[in-house]
Design a protein around this ligand. Structure first.
Ligand code: 13P
Length: 342
């Protein structure tokens, strides 16, 4: 096994630490800015990311930050590159290398992910900019009326994730491998049982293809969805039920030499994402580190408090640090809702 990759992967899931996903593409961050009525300009995106990354103490709870192509090249207002701001806090710089999704040509209501063309060259540049790890997100859509997902779409996404992971390891970086079975979106009326069934197939195909591509399991980080019902299902489940369903499946199918699993939040509220992670880490000894790589569930409140205004930066940073700390506690199974207002 490549020791350099193993070391980075272990750092990414160091005890009590998780990853901040701040790699929203320009259109996606625009949707978040819409919520606070802020124009989606380059200076506003820079100011927002500066607010997050320059939070004092970020390195206590955050092991790495996933950035977007524009972001990894940006600096603070006073001229310090974001990469060095993070490095100075002991936080690993990471980069999203997929180029977003497109309709699957064979099944237009499903998605494939773009970005394999020219990837090895782009990886060289990102490594030279200081990136230590990367992310690629595949999106799996459940719609029982249309019999989605199709096997062909699951296979294609697994193959593309594996090809991506192989290129990334060859470039000396650690790939975050993210197959997201959507809980939100247009349909999302499926039950937790259906989510478990589709996630099982998704992960089984993924690990088959990772093996075929000779990707080293000890040098990847898996970023899956939790096993949850679709947002529009009306099904109510507790954090313990989500934890049981997720861990039962993972114990059944995931290799034990996987260094870590960092969940996406996928449309869960901030508190739900923390409670669910906590419930899993309360279940006792697990073969892998179980942590977070949240986007919305780390940023939503901080973004609202910031509201595009410089004078709100300290309060927004305090909120962001608080969520990071709550999720850090959840990686030890030591979170409690009482701590929210402590
Ligand atoms: P969410 O936690 O908002 O789902 O974002 C995580 C992510 O990186 C999705 O690709």
């Amino acid at each position: 096994m490549n020791n350099k990759l193993k070391k980075i992967a272990e750092q990414m899931v160091a005890p009590g630490k998780g990853i901040l996903a701040a790699d929203e593409s320009t259109p996606t961050i625009g949707k978040h800015f819409d919520k606070i009525g802020l124009e989606n300009t380059k200076p506003n995106r820079q100011a927002y990311r500066e607010m997050l990354f320059s939070t004092s103490g970020i390195g206590q709870y955050i092991s790495g930050v996933i950035m977007y192509d524009e972001t990894i090249r940006q600096s603070t207002a006073s001229g310090n590159g974001f990469v060095s701001v993070l490095q100075n806090e002991g936080v690993l710089p990471g980069i999203k290398v997929d180029e977003g999704t497109a309709p699957d040509p064979n099944s237009p209501n499903e998605k494939i992910t773009k970005g394999l063309n020219g990837l090895p060259e782009r990886l060289k540049e990102y490594a030279s900019l200081g990136a230590k790890f990367t992310k690629w997100r595949a999106v799996i859509t459940i719609d029982e009326n249309q019999n989605l997902p199709t096997d062909e779409n699951l296979r294609r996404n697994a193959q593309d994730l594996a090809q991506y992971a192989k290129f990334v390891q060859e470039a000396g970086l650690v790939p975050i491998v993210e197959p997201e079975v959507l809980m939100d979106g247009k349909y999302s009326t499926h039950s937790i049982e259906k989510c478990a069934e589709v996630t099982e197939k998704t992960l089984n195909y993924l690990f088959e293809e990772l093996k075929n591509a000779e990707v080293e399991t000890e040098g990847i980080i898996l970023k899956p969805n939790m096993i949850v019902p679709g947002e529009n299902s009306g099904q109510k489940v507790s954090p313990d039920e989500i934890a049981q369903a997720t861990i039962t499946l993972f114990r059944k199918i995931l290799p034990e030499n996987l260094p870590g699993i960092v969940f996406l939040s996928g449309g869960q509220s901030e508190i739900e994402a923390t409670e669910n992670l906590n419930a899993m880490n309360k279940m006792g000894e697990l073969p892998w580190r179980l942590s977070f790589s949240y986007g919305r569930a780390l940023q939503d409140s901080a973004l609202k408090i910031w509201n595009g205004k410089q004078e709100n930066v300290p309060a927004a940073q305090a909120k962001f640090l608080h969520r990071a700390k709550m999720n850090s506690l959840a990686t030890f199974g030591k979170y409690s809702p009482d701590l929210e207002n402590a």
